[in-house]
Design a binder for this molecule. Structure first.
Ligand code: ADP
Ligand code: MG
Length: 309
């Protein structure tokens, strides 16, 4: 028979969006020393977003973004979507596009209706009725032999160090502004890590992404340790390393490549709309894509244990 207290807590867990697949692991959660989070899709949204904007003289961010969003209007590229989302979130009005051309692997070129808000009075006089601009990455700059002014050069260098991609707006053969794109950290991740630290749980991050990106994300979230550039097949070894230091370890992830680490860890937690393989390998499934539920789980396990004594 299932002890009553466990049954009650399983119900409570379910009400909090946690599906307990292994009750022992649920009990063990109260003693966890270290929680290892997968980065992409778990601590971050796993999709590109605009994280920084740079303008040159005579331009403001709104003008730049509405023109970029217009030019990207007909592109299906993930970068185009990120730029349109940013313009949308800022409530910008985006001018119409008359002609559009995808520059495969480089960017887009479009002729955009001139609107007062989108066409600043730079490079002399009022803008004509409609103008042709291009949006693209460093490869487009090289292709068109466009040089950057020192401010944009510095912006690109910093973005590069942080592992971000940069996309430029070109007008009259000149780069007039740029956006930096990165996988966006979930708002909930900050609170999740704070809460775990308050419970004296160490937080680590495991990712296949570059050292630069991993360092930036873990500094931003105040994560204690990170493992970068870890191949999918090596993820579970990092869990073993921590366990060999005598730690009780939980792995939190969503992907197929997290499955071996989920299985290996003492409490495997699949998060959100995780892949089936991740779910099958986990002891606990968090229904929402909300890393704060990891802290809730530890809290619930601790409360249950106190009641049982
Ligand atoms: P990927 O995006 O997978 O790296 P692509 O061949 O689609 O490969 O694009 C290569 C690069 O060209 C992108 O990283 C970006 O710098 C630029 N690029 C492509 N399409 C666009 C677009 N619609 N808007 C801006 N830049 C683009
Ligand atoms: Mg992932």
């Amino acid at each position: 028979a299932v002890p009553l207290v466990v049954a009650i807590n399983t119900t409570m867990a379910a009400q909090n969006g946690m599906l307990i697949r292994d009750r022992i692991a649920m009990e063990e959660a109260r003693n966890l020393d270290t929680i290892v989070f997968d980065k992409t899709g778990t601590l971050t949204k796993g999709e590109q977003g605009v994280v920084d904007v740079a303008t040159t003289d005579g331009w403001d961010e709104a003008e730049l973004l509405s023109l970029m969003a217009a030019a990207e209007g007909d592109s299906e590229h993930m970068i185009a979507e990120a730029i349109r989302d940013e313009a949308d979130e800022r409530g910008l009005s985006v001018p119409d596009v008359r002609e559009f051309e995808a520059l495969e692997g480089r960017g887009v070129r479009a002729t955009v209706d001139a609107e007062p808000a989108a066409t600043p009075d730079v490079n002399g006089g009022p803008a004509e009725d409609g103008e042709t601009v291009s949006v693209g990455g460093p490869n487009l700059l090289r292709y068109l032999d466009v040089a950057l002014d020192p401010d944009l050069e510095a912006f690109a260098a910093e973005a590069g160090e942080r592992g971000r991609g940069v996309v430029y707006l070109l007008r009259n053969g000149e780069a007039v502004g740029a956006v930096a794109l990165a996988d966006v950290i979930r708002e909930e991740s900050y609170e999740a890590i704070d809460a775990l630290h308050e419970m004296n749980v160490e937080v680590a991050m495991l990712t296949g992404d570059t050292e630069d990106v991993a360092r930036a994300v873990s500094a931003e979230l105040e994560i204690d340790t990170y493992f970068a550039e870890v191949l999918p097949a090596d993820k579970d070894e990092k869990i073993v390393e921590l366990q060999e230091q005598g730690k009780l370890v939980s792995m939190v992830g969503d992907g197929v490549n997290d499955a071996p680490a989920l299985t290996r860890s003492d409490v495997g937690i699949a998060i959100g709309s995780g892949t089936d393989v991740a779910v099958e390998s986990a002891d606990v499934v968090l229904v929402e894509n909300d890393p704060r539920d990891v802290a809730h789980l530890v809290g619930l396990s601790r409360k249950s244990y106190r009641k049982m004594q």
